[in-house]
Design a protein around this ligand. Structure first.
Ligand SMILES: C[S@@+](CC[C@H](N)C(=O)[O-])C[C@H]1O[C@@H](n2cnc3c(N)ncnc32)[C@H](O)[C@@H]1O
Length: 214
């Protein structure tokens, strides 16, 4: 999908985005993700990619010294702005996570939720994260997966997705923890933590560190 097509895709339902997300993956998984994020340590200067409406920005900001909340979609950024308000620690700006405006080795941490599984080239995104992180920098990835879900639950979730969003992006991935960890290691990250969270619906939760040898 070209960048403008991707932006169009995600920009269609700014006002009902959160409700649709809740309907597709369930309130329980969204609450489980927030619970995991609440356990994160101090993350210094952070950038969030694909912040969407800022669902997780509010949870992440207390863990940071300062943060950039970024997305490709103007209409979702507008919702995030309304939600976060004029927060002294948060800068909200448009960025394409595949090629950002951040200088190399500029940030302590990268966070992304439910982004890498909808990106055409996950390895390009990981390389961009690696480039902008300082040595020993942290990458926190949360991403929905159907890995480990029962067949019937997968079908029901697929139907809920189509009902609320229509056809999924053609390059949607469903990573196993091993696949994503292996791609992160190939980029130069050491895996610090990796787990699958959720019951009926699931998400991968992986924390990596930019290798000290970099
Ligand atoms: C499934 S949504 C997740 C949004 C939010 N993080 C959440 O968990 O609710 C994917 C988000 O990624 C954004 N996105 C897709 N491709 C992008 C790109 N190349 N650069 C930046 N953001 C992108 C979309 O605009 C959308 O907000």
């Amino acid at each position: 999908m070209r960048d403008n097509k991707t932006e169009e895709y995600w920009s269609r339902f700014p006002d009902t985005y959160d409700k649709k997300m809740e309907y597709v993956v369930g309130k329980e998984l969204l609450a489980d993700i927030i619970q995991e994020l609440n356990h994160l340590p101090e993350l210094g200067e952070l950038v969030e990619f694909g912040c969407g409406t800022g669902i997780y920005t509010e949870t992440i900001v207390p863990k940071t010294k300062s943060m950039f909340a970024t997305d490709l979609s103007d209409s979702l950024i507008a919702v995030a702005r309304k939600r976060i308000g004029d927060h002294p620690k948060v800068t909200i700006q448009k960025e394409n996570c595949m090629a950002t405006s951040f200088p190399s080795e500029a940030l302590d941490s990268v966070f992304m939720a439910n982004l890498i599984h909808v990106i055409e080239s996950p390895s390009t995104l990981l390389q961009e994260c690696y480039r902008i992180l300082r040595k020993n920098g942290t990458i926190v990835i949360v991403t929905f997966t159907d890995h480990g879900m029962k067949l019937w639950d997968k079908i029901k979730m697929g139907l809920r997705f189509v009902k609320s969003w229509g056809k999924p992006p053609s390059h949607t991935h469903s990573f196993s923890p091993e696949d994503l960890a292996s791609m992160m290691k190939d980029t130069g990250f050491t895996i610090k933590e990796s787990k699958v969270i959720g019951n009926e619906t699931k998400a991968l939760y992986i924390i990596g560190q930019k290798d000290m040898k970099a």
